[in-house]
Ligand binder design. Structure first.
Ligand code: ARG
Length: 465
């Protein structure tokens, strides 16, 4: 006879208890409704553990074969959506283990030797997040590729560059887009750093202190593609810093997407009218027939707040937790999953949306005329004639004031009148005051000259390859 007669609820740990938990407590403490997302990682981890147990002669080869057969069937059931998830079995780990025992009997009961759900869940999350990071890296790459294609088409398209939301100097639209390619590149390196620090195996830590069985942790680490093992068993089961770090990297990525989103919203507003966006990324208004609203970028801006919230939630979850595992940590999954889902959806949609941007070059050109965008070029011209920069700045400021009074741009002021601000101004000044001249002059690495933009696109493409 087994100890089944002591069992009050059929739970894996119920032998210790004299009454079943209430339905409310069951629902409150269960995680299976959300942690079943890690089912395939859980199976992978269990198989690696079982292979190690057999190799170390802790379980028999026949037990391993039964476990592999049972897990194969369970994986099929999960993939076909036929697996019966049960709230009574609390979490993904116990659901799968219970099904394994139902399928293969005692061999299934031996799987949990030398292991705890504490090191099991810490392993599952790492495996799950590692897969997610790899997928996100690919999506960031696609987003960068889309930005580069658009930048290439507009390597020489002039638009106003802004500071303080006021026209500052001419830039090319391609150069502007390349700023977002750079941000995404740093985002990718942050994720890669996070992945590298995370990629260590917790299994073997068991509940918190390690196990008395002669396990081979390095073997399990290799089986699961980890770079090594977590060196301290207490730390292995309890810290979720890797999830927090991921959410921090995700927050920065979303922050960058939100800046691009905000610019799309501004450029799309009829006041600016710099771009148009394919209808499939916009929605209409139920009351105002004329409206075409940039819902996708606005939502991306909004969802950024949601991801920051998850970062704060996880930091707070971890704050002040004593060693080692505490059930608080079960609350790590929903914010983490939602962060991944939000980031994945946002990046997927942006990689699709960018090719749907069409540029209204005339509107960009018009805006450039209104902002005295080449004032700095005129100041630089005077400096090259020998005037100290501060004096040049002053002379040009007065010229701008005169142009403003006349209601024209600097190129619209006559040579005669320009010379009243500085006798150093000659007829060649008009080449400097032209937008194309201003762009071409910024001809150094990181500058907006079309030749530099094309070179930067080439380098970025090489980095993506
Ligand atoms: N569902 C649990 C979690 O997500 C698994 C670990 C449970 N461990 C325990 N000692 N209750 O954290």
């Amino acid at each position: 006879m087994t100890d089944q007669h002591l069992d009050t609820s059929g739970k894996a740990w119920s032998g210790r208890f004299s009454e079943p938990v209430s339905d409310l407590v069951k629902r409150y403490t269960a995680s299976v409704s959300f942690d079943q997302r890690m089912a395939l990682q859980d199976i992978r981890g269990s198989l690696a553990h079982a292979r190690m147990l057999a190799k170390q002669a802790i379980i028999a080869a026949a037990d391993l074969a039964a476990i592999e057969r049972g897990m194969g069937q369970i994986q099929g059931e999960i993939e076909r959506d036929e697996f019966q998830w049960n709230l009574d079995d609390e979490d993904v780990h116990l659901n799968i283990e219970k099904r394994l025992i139902a399928l293969v009997g005692d061999a299934g009961k031996r799987l949990h030797t030398g292991r705890s759900r504490n090191d099991q869940v810490a392993t599952d999350i790492r495996l799950w997040l590692r897969d997610s990071i790899d997928a996100i890296d690919e999506l960031l790459r696609n987003y960068q590729a889309a930005l580069l294609d658009l930048a290439e088409r507009h390597a020489a398209t002039p638009m106003p560059g802004f500071t303080h939301m006021q026209v500052a100097q001419p830039v090319t639209f391609g150069h502007h887009l390349l700023a977002y390619v750079e941000m995404a590149q740093r985002d990718r390196t942050r994720l890669a750093d996070c992945r590298r620090r995370m990629n260590r195996l917790p299994l073997g830590a068991a509940a918190l202190a390690g196990t008395s069985f002669p396990i081979d942790r390095e073997f399990v680490a290799r089986e699961l593609g980890f770079d090594g093992v977590c060196e301290n068993s207490l730390d292995a089961v309890s810290d979720r810093d890797f999830a927090i770090e991921f959410c921090a990297a995700a927050s920065l990525t979303m922050m960058h997407v939100s800046r691009f989103s905000e610019e799309l919203v501004l450029w799309l507003s009829p006041r600016m009218g710099f771009i148009d966006l394919a209808d499939r990324y916009c929605t209409g208004s139920s009351i105002m027939p004329q409206k075409k609203n940039p819902d996708v970028p606005e939502l991306a801006r909004g969802k950024t707040g949601r991801v920051y919230g998850h970062l704060m939630g996880l930091l707070t979850l971890m704050k002040g937790q004593p060693l080692a595992y505490n059930k608080d940590n079960q609350e790590d999954k929903e914010p983490l999953f939602d962060t991944v889902d939000t980031l994945v959806d946002t990046l997927r949609i942006f990689a699709e949306l960018v090719p749907g941007i069409s540029v209204k070059e005339a509107a960009m050109g018009e805006a450039l005329k209104q902002g005295y965008a080449t004032a700095t070029d005129l100041a630089d011209y005077l400096v090259k004639q020998g005037l100290p920069f501060r004096d040049a700045h002053e002379a040009v400021a007065r010229a701008v004031r005169a142009a403003e009074a006349k209601g024209c741009d600097l190129a619209g002021v006559s040579l005669e009148e320009l010379r009243t601000f500085s006798a150093l101004i000659g007829a060649d000044v008009f080449a400097v005051l032209s937008i194309d001249g201003s762009l071409a002059a910024r001809n150094h690495i990181g500058g907006t000259a079309p030749a530099q933009v094309r070179a930067a696109i080439g380098r970025a493409r090489e980095a993506l390859a």
